[in-house]
Design a protein around this ligand. Structure first.
Ligand code: 48H
Length: 260
């Protein structure tokens, strides 16, 4: 066999095995942002079978760009234990006790590595375009390659069956929107609908991101900015402690749901 064939065969075989093995999972996570990466790591570390579907080539979501492309972010002391779990370093901010800066590239890469190393499988360049909704229950995701989505190619999708779905799609809450607008699900919000993100208020946004991380319909959870958008929380700019704590809370709630 030629080396060219060995390389191609090995890639096709190992990818296919990985993909086949994750067409049915405990938890299907949409989006590979910071909240989702923490959730994926905690879930996988606790023994759940986890697949993450990320639209872009690189997971990490809004982490990489820091604040306005200055590639540093801020995390508060409530969340430094999560940074420690991932081996992410941070520096105190002079005159602002309890707040730290960290390199956003270190954070993004460490979160991704931590999730994968714990056993979560990340499928990048795959977009979630719909949910499975059978007999009133959310049963998983409908996926397609992002280039297919971007080029508007008429190609039918494939599916991933899961016990729980976690919407980690950030500001647009894409899965919750599908749940409300296509499945006509009444979410666990005051109106049953998506309340919509409010303007910036750092402290409130940080607290509400964690509070709003919950199960919004049986088997359907939201974390990070998606949860905040669903429940009408304030935005907070480039402070990421709330995202990390939201991911941890989502994992805890889902593990309880799975009985793990
Ligand atoms: C596959 C998808 C789909 C889809 C979206 O926005 P994120 O970084 O996620 P969070 O909520 O963990 O973090 C939010 C944070 O980055 C942020 O924006 C903050 C703190 N903003 C504050 C402010 O004031 O603005 O990542 C979401 C990820 C992205 O990578 C998307 O590409 C991906 O989800 N995604 N992947 N299928 N349908 N929709």
């Amino acid at each position: 066999m030629s080396i060219e064939n060995v390389i191609s065969s090995a890639i096709v075989r190992t990818f296919s095995e990985k993909f086949l093995n994750h067409l049915q999972v405990d938890v299907a996570i949409v989006g590979g942002g910071p909240s989702a990466m923490v959730a994926a790591r905690d879930l996988a570390a606790a023994g759940a079978k986890v697949a993450v579907f990320e639209r872009k080539l690189a997971p990490g979501g809004g982490t990489w760009g820091g604040g306005m492309l200055f590639n540093e972010v801020v995390v508060q002391s409530d969340a430094t234990n999560i940074l420690d779990d991932f081996g992410i370093r941070y520096l105190p901010i002079d005159g602002a006790e309890g707040y730290f800066t960290l390199d956003s590239v270190e954070m993004a890469s460490a979160l991704i590595y931590g999730a994968v190393h714990a056993g979560a499988k990340i499928f990048n360049a795959m977009s979630v375009e719909d949910i499975i909704f059978k007999e009133g229950k959310v049963g998983g995701l409908v996926i397609n390659w992002t280039p297919v989505e971007r080029l508007g190619m008429h190609v039918d999708p494939l599916t991933v069956v899961s016990k729980c779905v976690l919407d980690g799609t950030g500001h647009p809450s894409e899965i919750m929107n599908l749940a409300v607008n296509k499945a006509h699900i009444a979410l666990n919000t005051p109106t049953g609908k998506i309340l919509g993100e409010k303007p910036m208020w750092v402290d409130s946004g940080e607290a509400s991101t964690v509070e709003n991380t919950q199960e919004y319909f049986p088997g359907l959870f939201a974390c990070g900015m998606s949860a905040n958008n669903v429940m009408g929380g304030y935005r907070m700019g480039p402070i990421f402690g709330g995202m990390l704590m939201s991911g941890r809370k989502a994992a805890k709630l889902i593990l309880e749901n799975l009985g793990k």
